[in-house]
Design a protein around this ligand. Structure first.
Ligand code: GTP
Ligand code: MG
Length: 214
């Protein structure tokens, strides 16, 4: 996002930020509505179970700047923090996630900035998701602003694990007992097994119906 806006002071630009991020999320949601509808039309099913969006609270943005050693100013917020706008896409199958990724890469109305594949390489605690930082263009009067959005894609099973992990540890400030960490990591392995099992079952049914999976 360029730092233009000849008429507006930095203060006014800061005030405009939540609106810009919200609009970028809405633009992206519209793109996904089209993707869902077209996919369903062509393949008889939608790869997307549900989508959630959120904006980061100002106090979390400030603490993230501090954590990253960045000055708390407009330039850092706009150019260095990528997850002020967040979108979570939950799919039935891992395969759907990679199909969506390929589709996103092929679009000219999005820029892919970074891909972190925690499905291929889960975090040490077992966390799995595919994180993609994109930039979404917003056409304004004076220019086009490319707004950062963090997209997290995961299966229903991965989403269950991540939500439970968050609930279990929410605001827990102490050192986590090692056996709890180990058992959660084991639970993440069970999630991975479930995803594989469901994929096998899906393939078997498709085979049985002599259907291909796009
Ligand atoms: P920050 O963005 O600074 O937090 O670091 P990063 O860029 O290395 O983070 P990363 O892209 O790995 O993860 C960012 C987001 O993914 C977090 O805000 C969470 O929403 C989610 N996430 C990452 N790790 C975990 C985890 O272990 N458990 C859960 N429940 N969510 C996680
Ligand atoms: Mg991040």
């Amino acid at each position: 996002m360029s730092n233009s806006g000849m008429m507006s002071t930095p203060n006014e630009q800061v005030k405009q930020l939540p609106t810009l991020y919200q609009l970028a999320l809405e633009e992206l949601e519209t793109k996904f509505k089209v993707i869902r509808s077209e996919w369903k039309h062509r393949n008889g099913y939608s790869p997307i179970e549900h989508i959630k969006t959120r904006l980061k609270e100002p106090k979390s943005i400030i603490s993230k700047c501090e954590r990253k050693g960045l000055p708390v100013n407009l330039d850092s917020i706009v150019n260095k923090i990528y997850d002020i706008a967040g979108m979570r896409i939950v799919c039935a199958f891992v395969k759907d996630i990679y199909s969506i990724l390929e589709h996103l890469k092929s679009r000219e109305d999005l820029r892919i900035v970074e891909i972190k594949d925690y499905i291929d390489k889960p975090k040490p605690n077992g966390y799995q998701s595919l994180h993609v930082i994109v930039q979404v263009p917003l056409v304004l009067f004076e220019d086009i602003r490319w707004i950062y959005v963090e997209i997290q894609m995961r299966t229903l099973a991965m989403d269950f694990w991540a939500s439970m992990e968050h609930i279990i540890f929410y605001k827990y400030e102490e050192q986590v007992p090692p056996h709890v960490v180990n058992e959660l990591t084991d639970a993440a392995k069970a999630v991975d097994m479930l995803d594989r099992k469901m994929l096998e079952l899906r393939k078997e049914i498709l085979n049985y119906n002599h259907q291909d999976w796009m």
